[in-house]
Write a protein that binds this ligand. Structure first.
Ligand SMILES: Nc1nc2c(c(=O)[nH]1)N[C@H]1C(S)=C(S)[C@@H](COP(=O)(O)O)O[C@H]1N2
Ligand SMILES: [Mo]
Length: 161
């Protein structure tokens, strides 16, 4: 009996993980436009690039994913990053409530060569469950602290005062 239940339980857990992955949506919100919901499949179809980041232990890892600015551009015209856009920010929210802030210029290849991506794989593998399915990677930072894992929402806002 137990020998039948255990494989069944494994199957249900596996199916549960697959369903959770396919149900996952990254929310992208911008002032004045309806929020966008991107599935992992939507993201997988966008152009990907590598970004290298040192972990807490000092080991280098190569992440692969979509430039954050390309994702934000899907939710509206991001070239406002010039001029008026310098007072705009990106707030990155994670499952555990961790929040990290960027100015839009930090994400723009016209201002920096450092890549900021939403990674869906690391060293050729999907992100581990505790760090995925998506992690923002801020290439070249001395500490990996702004590279939030389990990202669920990107919010673009502007500073009013
Ligand atoms: N969602 C989330 N992301 C997070 C954190 C966190 O607490 N929650 N900690 C940050 C900090 S302080 C560090 S040092 C790195 C650790 O990343 P690593 O495990 O790849 O070294 O994750 C960052 N990303
Ligand atoms: Mo940290």
């Amino acid at each position: 009996m137990i020998s039948k239940i255990i494989p069944c339980l494994f199957f249900l857990m596996f199916a549960g993980v697959l369903t959770a992955q396919s149900d996952f949506k990254l929310k992208v919100s911008r002032e004045g436009s309806a929020p966008l919901q991107l599935s992992l499949l939507d993201l997988s179809k966008m152009p990907h690039t590598n970004a290298v980041l040192k972990d807490k232990q000092g080991d280098m890892h190569t992440y692969n994913g979509v430039l954050v600015l390309d994702i934000l551009a899907k939710a509206g015209n991001i070239k406002e990053a010039h001029g008026e856009g310098f007072s705009k920010y990106l707030l990155v929210k994670s499952v555990d409530g961790y929040r990290v802030l960027f100015s839009l210029a930090e994400l723009d290849k016209d201002f920096t060569d450092k890549k900021v991506i939403i990674a869906d794989s690391v060293d050729g593998h999907p992100l581990p469950e505790a760090k995925g399915p998506l992690r923002i990677i801020v290439e070249g930072e001395k500490k990996p602290a702004r590279s939030s894992f389990q990202v669920v929402e990107l919010i673009v806002g502007s500073v009013k005062d």
